[in-house]
Each structure stands twice: as structure tokens, then as C-alpha cells.
Design a binder for this molecule. Structure first.
Ligand code: ATP
Ligand code: MN
Length: 478
């Protein structure tokens, strides 16, 4: 690789007067003279000025949107507006041309729906460049946050034999011939003959394994792909998504809330500091989009304002019981405007209720705790009232649930009683019970859906637009 300059570096410290080489993809080529060249290192394209009298005419015909080129020349102060510098090209090399008639990314505004159909090319748009640079920054910040706080990154398995979490439908992993699977005597599929000698699935969570790590390493986190075969075709659900799951020994529900709030604020602050240009672009994009909507449906804050607001405010913390009281007294509940009207304590909260609490009532991020045991998982710690468990959900404006977590039940007898009640077989989870037998201790953790975080920070309305290649019901292209 011969040496060349990143366009981001040229803008940062413009080496006016010096000779440089840049490489990237042509966004536009105007008047047989001006190339907008983008190499993905930053939002802004570099204007490359071609001397069409001197340049090879064949090269000129190849300079169409999409082409990959290098340009060598002198950095000069720009005559035109909109950019400080431009490159006066003396030599252009075309690595790969593009067909101007067929290239799907024409220099005009394309809808996000259309761009989803050409996800292999959408990285080359300003919007997706910004989204994926921010996605990267968030991922990096996740590791930095935990590393700085003495957490160890633990890789939990993707193929799993336990369906204990009950977090949703799972994808089966099997090498058996689907047309003629081996059968047991009573006619079922004989998974003993399958690859792992038992039924296996793609993991819905790394939590149970992370708990094992935490009870030796004190603080661990996972950050990996997670799979749910639930048929929820919403703007907030993917069949394959990435989840961050810290697990902390000697921690209770209060510690858990503090950690989650600190982490969310750190991630928001990191992007505000490091991705200002991309955020400003996405904010502009949203402002244009919002201006199409009726006045009463527009959001009260612009993107950056909203992020700064979340950084500055303490999250509202309240119990499920208090939240039910707020909801039952709310206008939409009394006027039966909710699709699911809350009748009693014990009701599962739907996203309309979560969003009411966050967007209408408290108008800031909310942490709900201590849910009825009936609507939460078996491993959550039983409270003294015998009715609620030490669960916490964090609700964000525009997103709803962004984090789900809990203090874990560390008392063996309480845990096994709860498993019996819920019909969860203990043999399969002997290892999960073992850490309650040998040196058990209070511990807590949570799961952050990474794409929901990217959605919140970028303001992208659909979760399909914050992961490179979304997997959703009926779609696994690319
Ligand atoms: P929801 O009620 O929104 O479907 P959940 O309660 O099933 O979520 P958890 O099992 O608590 O989700 O998972 C932890 C976090 O993972 C959630 O708070 C959310 O941020 C994220 N998450 C869960 N399911 C999905 C999904 N299908 N696609 C993307 N992110 C998800
Ligand atoms: Mn949840």
C-alpha cells in the first residue's frame, strides 16, 4: 500500500501547499471538473479539482459516481464556499470505474427503505457513513468504559443447550438431515445423534454464563451477538442483535442502577465528544424529517439537545408499583386511549405505557424497579414482600426499554423453589445452581441492547438502519 492521506486528516490540519495523494470513491463529478471524493474517514467529501484540458480524456469518462480513484496533487485553499481546502489534482488513477447509468446511488435523496434494499452499497451515503462511524465509536466506548473500571470482557457461547432464560423463541442449531432425522423409539427427533449430542440453539443471552465468571473475577461483561426468533416486526426488534451484559459480584439493585446510568451517560458523552460532525449531520437530517410532520407530532428537542439533556438529568427512579399508580391516574388510561388499558397492579407494561412515563409524564429517562415476580424471569431476586423481584428496566425517550436487568437470586433454597414453581428443570442448570452452593454472594447485572443505544444516539427511527445487515422475519439478505 503506497502512502496516502486520510481525508479526515487533511481537514483537521490542512497542509496547504503540500503535495498529497488521497484515495476514495467519487460521490459526484460536476462540470467535468469537480470531484466530491469520500473515503469514509469523515462525513465531508474532499473537492478534487481536475484540469480537464490536461487530464487523460479516458480517465475523465471514468469519473462517475461510485468509481474508486486515487488523486495526487496540491492542497490549496478553496475558492468555492462550503469547504476550506481542495485538492488541485495533477494525476488521477482510476482503480475501478462505475456505470453511471446503473449505479443505484444517484446524487439525490434516497429513502431509507430503498437504501435497505441496497444495504451492500448504503455505506457510501452520508447518513450511513455517519451511523456506522457512531456505531463504531459506541462499541469502542463500551469496551473503554468497562476496561477503565476493571471489568473483564468475557466471551460467552453463541451455541447453547439451555433455554433457561425463556427470553423468547430460539433458533435451532442442528446438522441432522431435516428430511429424514433419526427418530427415538417414541417417534421424536433423536438429538443424541445430532452434532452436540443434544438439542442446541443460538443464545438469547450470555447472562447465565456471565454470572459464573462474575463469581470469580468480580466484574465481567459480555458484548456479543444474540438471537431471538420472535416474530416481532417492529422498529425496535431484530432477530440478530448485539447485547452488552455486565455482571457484578457483591452488588445490589442500587449498585446496578448506578452502573447502568453511569454507563449510558458515558456512552452518550463519548459520542458527543468524538462524533460532533456526524451528529450535527444526523440532527440536520432529523430536523428536515420533522418539518414534514404535523406540529403536535414533532419532538420537543433536537438530537444533540436531547443527548445533552440525558447527560445532565438524573434518571427518574421509581418502583413498578408507583409507576402503575401514575399510569392508572393518567389521562390516556382513564379515557381508554391506551390499546392496553391498565386495570390492576400486576399488568405487564406495554411500550405505550413505557413511552407515556418517559415522554409525557417524567419527560426524562426512567428506571423502573421491583416488578411483580409473575412477569419477570426466574433468576431475579425475591423481595421481602414475596410478591416483587429486584428487577430494573431503563426506559428511554423514543426507544422504550433500552436496558433490562436485575439483582440475581443468590439464595439456593429461594431459587430452587422459584424454579419448581415455574417448571424449570434443575438438572440442566446444575452449574447455575452450583455457584449458589459454593461461595454464593449477592450479585447483579443487566443487558443493554446495542442497536437500541445506536438508535437513541443517532436518532434513526428504525433499528434496521443502525446495523449493517439486519436480520428480521423474512429477511436475511447479504
Ligand atoms: P422487549 O420487551 O423490548 O422486547 P425484552 O424485555 O424481551 O425486550 P430483554 O430480554 O430484557 O429484552 O433484553 C435486554 C435488552 O436487549 C433489552 O432491554 C433491549 O435493549 C434489547 N433487546 C431485546 N430484544 C431485542 C431485539 N429483538 N432486538 C434488539 N434489541 C433487543
Ligand atoms: Mn426486558
Amino acid at each position: 500500500m503506497s502512502s496516502y492521506q486520510k481525508i479526515a486528516d487533511l481537514f483537521k490540519t490542512p497542509p496547504v501547499g503540500s503535495q498529497v495523494t488521497v484515495k476514495g470513491w467519487v460521490r459526484t463529478f460536476r462540470n467535468n471538473q469537480f470531484i466530491a471524493l469520500n473515503d469514509g474517514t469523515c462525513l465531508q467529501s474532499l473537492q478534487v479539482v481536475v484540469d480537464s484540458d490536461k487530464e487523460d480524456p479516458i480517465v475523465l469518462t471514468q469519473l462517475s459516481p461510485g468509481a474508486a480513484i486515487s488523486a495526487e496533487g496540491t492542497v490549496v485553499e478553496s475558492q468555492g464556499k462550503g469547504q476550506a481546502i481542495e485538492l488541485k489534482a495533477e494525476h488521477i488513477h482510476v482503480y475501478g470505474g462505475s456505470d453511471p447509468e446503473k449505479y443505484p446511488l444517484q446524487p439525490k435523496k434516497h429513502s431509507l427503505e430503498f437504501l435497505r434494499e441496497i444495504a451492500h452499497l448504503r455505506f457510501r451515503t452520508s447518513t450511513f457513513g455517519a451511523v456506522f462511524r457512531i456505531r463504531h465509536a459506541l462499541a469502542f466506548a463500551v469496551h473503554k468504559f468497562f476496561n477503565d473500571r476493571d471489568f473483564y470482557y468475557l466471551h460467552t457461547p453463541i451455541v447453547t443447550a439451555s433455554d433457561a432464560e425463556g427470553a423468547g423463541e430460539m433458533f435451532r442449531v442442528s446438522t441432522l438431515n431435516p428430511l429424514q432425522p433419526p427418530l427415538t423409539e417414541d417417534g421424536g427427533i433423536d438429538y443424541k445423534q445430532d452434532f452436540f449430542g443434544r438439542e442446541t440453539n443460538l443464545s438469547v443471552s450470555g447472562q447465565l454464563e456471565a454470572e459464573l465468571g462474575a463469581l470469580a473475577l468480580s466484574r465481567v461483561y459480555t458484548f456479543g451477538p444474540t438471537f431471538r426468533a420472535e416474530n416481532s416486526n417492529t422498529s425496535r426488534h431484530l432477530a440478530e442483535f448485539w447485547m452488552i451484559e455486565p455482571e457484578v459480584a457483591f452488588a445490589d439493585l442500587k449498585d446496578n442502577q448506578d452502573l447502568a446510568e453511569a454507563m449510558l451517560k458515558y456512552l452518550i458523552g463519548y459520542v458527543l465528544e468524538h462524533n460532533a460532525e456526524d451528529l450535527a449531520f444526523l440532527e440536520e437530517r432529523l430536523i428536515k424529517e420533522e418539518s414534514q410532520k404535523p406540529q403536535d407530532q414533532r419532538s420537543a428537542m433536537n438530537l444533540i439537545e436531547k443527548l445533552e439533556f440525558c447527560l445532565a438529568e438524573d434518571f427518574e427512579r421509581l418502583s413498578y408499583t408507583d409507576a402503575i399508580r401514575v399510569l392508572m391516574n393518567s389521562k390516556p388510561n382513564k379515557k381508554k386511549k391506551f390499546q392496553f388499558v391498565i386495570e390492576d397492579w400486576g399488568a405487564d407494561l406495554q411500550s405505550e405505557h413505557e413511552r407515556y412515563l418517559v415522554e409525557k409524564h417524567f419527560k426524562k429517562p426512567v428506571i423502573l424497579t421491583d416488578y411483580p415476580k409473575e412477569i419477570k424471569s426466574f433468576y431475579m431476586r425475591m423481595n421481602d414482600d414475596g410478591k416483587t423481584v429486584g428487577a430494573m428496566d431503563i426506559l428511554f425517550p423514543g426507544i422504550g426499554e433500552i436496558i433490562g436487568g436485575s439483582q440475581r437470586e443468590e439464595r439456593l433454597d429461594v431459587l430452587t423453589a422459584r424454579m419448581d414453581e415455574m417448571g424449570i428443570p434443575q438438572e440442566e442448570l446444575y452449574w447455575f445452581l452450583d455457584i449458589r452452593k459454593y461461595g454464593s454472594c449477592p450479585h447483579a447485572g443487566f443487558g443493554l441492547g446495542f442497536e437500541r443505544m445506536v438508535q437513541f444516539v443517532t436518532g434513526m427511527a428504525n433499528i434496521r438502519d443502525v446495523i449493517p445487515f439486519p436480520r428480521t422475519p423474512g429477511n436475511a439478505s447479504f
